[in-house]
Ligand binder design. Structure first.
Ligand code: SF4
Length: 457
């Protein structure tokens, strides 16, 4: 989930109480839109430009393709037991890594079905038997999100060095976030840890030359859209190359450079935070499990919540914005996500976005038994209901939430406005509508009242 903020010179009166004016404006806007569409249909079609950064002409909405959506449907999937077996075989030298591209190790088909208002994924591995998972607890919600998918971006061109992954070869767009792992070491030892940091028995820490090669390849193909470079790990700030990697990404033209961090180094040192910002670090994706020590205790650090607060302060002082990143585990911390939104609203001058990430059972959680996985699984449809209930807000799952990809509608307009000679296209996320959703909240910076964008007067 994403929040963002907009600056307003609001008066004393709460905008939440002013909704009737908003309804009137929205009615006029609707009428104007329908009239515009009627005129538009009668006009001859114009040509869209071919900007320098794109592999061809910009796409009209009807030229965008989409994957098969709806349910029931069949999709490609993985057997959760075969995957570690394949990985271990590669590490031990029993299987060549090229099998990941030329073969289909661990791949099985999955059936996505609707049952009693839920959406389920069922699959059967010949070797390991059947698996079932819940994709959504509300099929109406998921159907609506799928119906709003904006369509795919340009086909990727001339990128055999970057996107060739066998069955999973990426064929459209260039993604929105490039994650570069700088180390698998960490100064914490959490459970869960998606990376199994510190535990795999070897250190993986790319040299600066390796990091440069990754970044250079990432700018080598079209569409040359802006992506966020996200340095991750393990804990990226303990890599000896962290600062110079940030500076290099900035130097070769990446617009947004971020770090996915537990915040310890930023909390420890204002000087380090300032250096990172001066090198080009725009902000941090800060691991943030809840708004109390108790909600952070499971990570095994005594004063972790105080550390988070200090990191947020130091980053704000250095001129950086924080995105709070919360891994949500059903039955563990899903009861505290409303208070995270309230915390972000109270600190709207320092916090720009929240990214709620339902747990994915990888890394240290890979060996979880089926019963626990089923109990801890948390879906996007549960999240939007929990937020509405916990905040007791007019924040409607079927009105205020959209597929993450739909923000590309705004970036298409920016692509047109910036002209054909721009070196980079605007960032466009075209992820699958089952992958991510977003919402926009408007926050009054003085009173800390908030409303979803649709209810903003
Ligand atoms: S801080 Fe992140 S990388 Fe480090 S152990 Fe915890 S989850 Fe893993």
């Amino acid at each position: 989930m994403y929040t963002d903020h907009m600056f307003r010179n609001e008066g004393e009166k709460s905008f939440l109480r002013n909704w009737s004016g908003s309804s009137c404006i929205s009615g006029i806007a609707n009428l104007a839109w329908k009239m515009l569409q009627a005129v538009n249909r009668r006009l001859p079609e114009g040509e869209l430009p071919s900007p320098k950064w794109a592999p061809g002409k910009m796409l009209k909405s009807y030229e965008r393709s989409a994957p098969t959506l709806g349910f029931p449907r069949v999709t490609d999937s993985l057997c959760p037991r075969c995957v570690p077996e394949v990985r271990n075989a590669i590490i031990k030298g029993e299987m060549d890594i090229s099998a990941l591209i030329s073969g289909q190790p661990g791949e099985i088909k999955a059936h996505i079905v609707e049952e009693n208002g839920r959406v389920l994924m069922r699959k059967v591995c010949d070797k390991h038997g059947p698996f079932e998972d819940v994709l959504s607890t509300n099929s109406h919600f998921t159907r609506r999100i799928e119906s709003l998918f904006l369509g795919r971006d340009f086909k990727c061109a001339e990128d055999k060095d970057v996107h060739r992954h066998g069955t999973s070869t990426i064929k459209f767009g260039r993604g929105a976030v490039l994650t570069v792992d700088l180390t698998n070491r960490c100064n914490m030892m959490c459970n869960p840890c998606f990376m199994d940091a510190n535990q795999v028995g070897y250190v993986h820490q790319p040299s600066f030359e390796d990091i440069k090669a990754i970044l250079d390849r990432a700018v080598s193909f079209k569409p040359r859209r802006q992506v966020i470079v996200l340095f991750s790990g393990g804990e990226p700030t303990i890599s000896p190359h962290f600062i110079e990697a940030v500076a290099y990404a900035k130097k070769i033209g990446f617009y947004r450079v971020m770090a996915a961090t537990n915040g310890i180094r930023f909390a420890q040192s204002e000087e380090f935070t300032r250096q990172a910002h001066e090198a080009g670090l725009h902000g941090a994706y800060l691991q943030f499990d809840g708004t109390s020590e108790e909600k952070n205790r499971h990570r095994g650090v005594g004063n972790l919540f105080d550390v988070k607060l200090q990191a947020v302060e130091n980053m704000a002082k250095a001129g950086m914005k924080t995105t709070l990143v919360t891994t949500i585990v059903n039955g563990v911390n899903n009861d505290g996500i409303g208070s995270i939104v309230e915390f972000a609203i109270r600190n709207i001058d320092k916090i720009q976005t929240i990214a709620f990430q339902p747990v994915s059972f990888t890394g240290r959680d890979e060996d979880i038994d089926d019963q626990t996985r089923y109990a801890h699984r948390y879906t996007l449809s549960q999240m939007v209901e929990d937020l509405k209930t916990q905040l007791n807000a007019d924040w409607e799952p079927l009105r205020d939430w959209f597929p993450l990809s739909s923000y590309s509608a705004f970036t298409s307009v920016m692509d047109l406005l910036q002209g054909d000679d721009a070196p980079w296209g605007w960032s466009a996320c075209n992820c699958h509508p089952n992958c991510g959703i977003f919402t926009l909240l408007v926050v009054n910076r003085r009173t800390h009242e908030f409303a979803p964008l649709a209810m903003w007067p």
